[in-house]
Ligand binder design. Structure first.
Ligand SMILES: Cc1cc2nc3c(=O)[nH]c(=O)nc-3n(C[C@H](O)[C@H](O)[C@H](O)COP(=O)(O)O)c2cc1C
Ligand code: SF4
Length: 413
């Protein structure tokens, strides 16, 4: 064992929150919320991350309302889930780790069964809704100013519920194609009012949400944002817009930005650094299976996985703002971590590496120089919303939790 000397193991302040080191478990849509109930399995998943040495774990995704969910077996922050979420946050805190709730509204990107929620989902634009073809939600509603007030208030209420449930931070999801991203990306926003047109106008509503959440909880909790540096596809936001977004987040007062990339449907390989698995994966969830069928079938030579695949983009954001930034994308060994520290990033987000081995940070801290082992096969993505929840299915990786843990409410004795 050796004493770790890397800056990555030193404490970090994000707004009012002090983290024990720089490693943040990124959001990985764990599922494990059958019928919306926060299960023992979900609490155990995050407790494992805490035991494994990360400074903060992110619970994903926590919808701001029923209408904000993408799938039915998903958590939403409300008085009904506070007690079970509190069991989760207590379990995480016991091991010196902080807990962050990723707060999200799906907008038109929703696949809920009929009659579960509104049949006309809201978005930046109105008109035909390509995500609603399977569920009869053929049309989406262009948000009015009063819809915006209501949704901004939903985010505030979700953050207040997160605080009550013991979370130390919220991460407002502005990336990947969910509601706030539907304002930011030109693929889903052709408005010609104060909320469409330039990137500054497309950011007006997401920045307003951030500002209101900061006003409500920002003194007590870290208020972070995750967003896509680029849309990863021609015709969408490029890095110039990604830089403008960072400047707006900074001037609005976000405590930290986590730098993701791409959109769920249009450019998922930009998010993961490589495509989803092709024919071998058969996710049980029909929607996810269809989503995967829409992805490229063959390997895109432009997108062969490489470590730190987002670094060149993220460096441009780093050069443009002073606010705390969390790098995300393909960090899987100590060399990459040292590179990120040397490039001036404040924190390191890890998704798949910590699904593969939740105890990897502790191993590094104990002097291991081993590569994490995750092969970036992306099969864990196909496990979302299976009974066992999101887990690594590589024979060398951590296994999922027993299915029965995943349906028992976290607070059940
Ligand atoms: C199974 C799985 C589920 C994910 N779900 C979410 C999610 O709910 N919210 C989110 O913002 N990102 C989600 N992501 C994306 C990750 O946060 C991260 O951006 C991506 O995995 C790249 O980081 P990595 O190379 O460290 O894995 C998910 C990733 C995986 C592998
Ligand atoms: S299934 Fe396991 S090895 Fe494959 S990408 Fe996910 S965590 Fe990595």
């Amino acid at each position: 064992m050796r004493t770790p000397t890397s800056k990555a193991f030193t404490p970090l302040a994000i707004g009012p929150l002090k983290l024990r080191n720089r490693f943040i478990k990124a959001a990985t849509n764990e599922g494990m919320c059958k019928g919306g109930i926060i299960s023992k399995g979900l609490a155990k998943f995050h407790e494992n991350i805490a035991i494994g040495g990360a400074a903060m774990t992110t619970v994903a995704y926590c919808a701001t309302s029923k209408d904000g969910q993408t799938f039915v077996d998903q958590a939403h922050l409300s008085s009904h889930t506070t007690q079970d979420f509190k069991v989760l946050t207590d379990a995480v805190h016991k091991h010196g780790c902080a807990a962050q709730a990723q707060i999200t509204h799906a907008g038109a990107f929703t696949f809920l069964p009929k009659d579960f929620s509104s049949m006309t989902p809201i978005s930046a634009n109105g008109g035909f809704n390509k995500f609603g073809v399977m569920t009869g939600r053929y049309r989406k509603k262009k948000m009015t100013r009063s819809d915006m007030d209501a949704i901004a208030n939903e985010f505030v209420q979700a953050a207040l519920h997160a605080k009550e449930a013991g979370f130390d931070a919220v991460e407002i999801h502005m990336g990947h194609g969910y509601l706030l991203a539907q304002f930011i990306t030109p693929f889903y926003n052709n408005r010609n009012d104060d909320y469409g047109g330039t990137i500054q106008k497309r950011m007006a509503f997401p920045a307003e949400v951030l500002s209101k959440v900061l006003d409500a909880v920002g003194k007590d909790m870290a208020v972070n944002v995750k967003y896509s540096q680029t849309d990863g596809k021609a015709g969408g936001n490029g890095i110039a817009e990604g830089i403008e977004i960072a400047k707006i987040l900074q001037s609005t007062g976000a405590h930290m930005a986590q730098l993701s990339n791409g959109l769920n449907v249009e450019s998922i390989s930009a998010m993961f650094g490589n495509p989803l698995p092709a024919s071998s994966a058969k996710p049980k969830n029909l929607i996810i299976r269809l989503g995967m069928m829409m992805q490229p079938k063959s390997k895109d030579p432009e997108r062969e996985f490489s470590q730190l695949y987002s670094l060149e983009l993220a460096k441009q954001i780093r050069a443009a703002v002073n606010m705390p930034l969390c790098y995300l994308g393909g960090a899987k060994d100590m060399d990459s971590i040292e590179t990120l520290m040397a490039e001036g990033f404040d924190a390191i987000g890890m998704g798949r590496a910590l699904i593969f081995n939740p105890h990897y940070i502790k191993a590094l801290q104990n002097g291991s120089t081993a590569h994490n082992g995750c092969t970036a096969c992306n099969q864990c993505v196909t496990m979302m919303y299976t009974a066992g929840g999101t887990s690594c299915i590589d024979p060398n990786g951590a296994r999922g939790h027993a299915a029965e843990l995943n349906i028992t409410p976290a607070s059940a004795v």
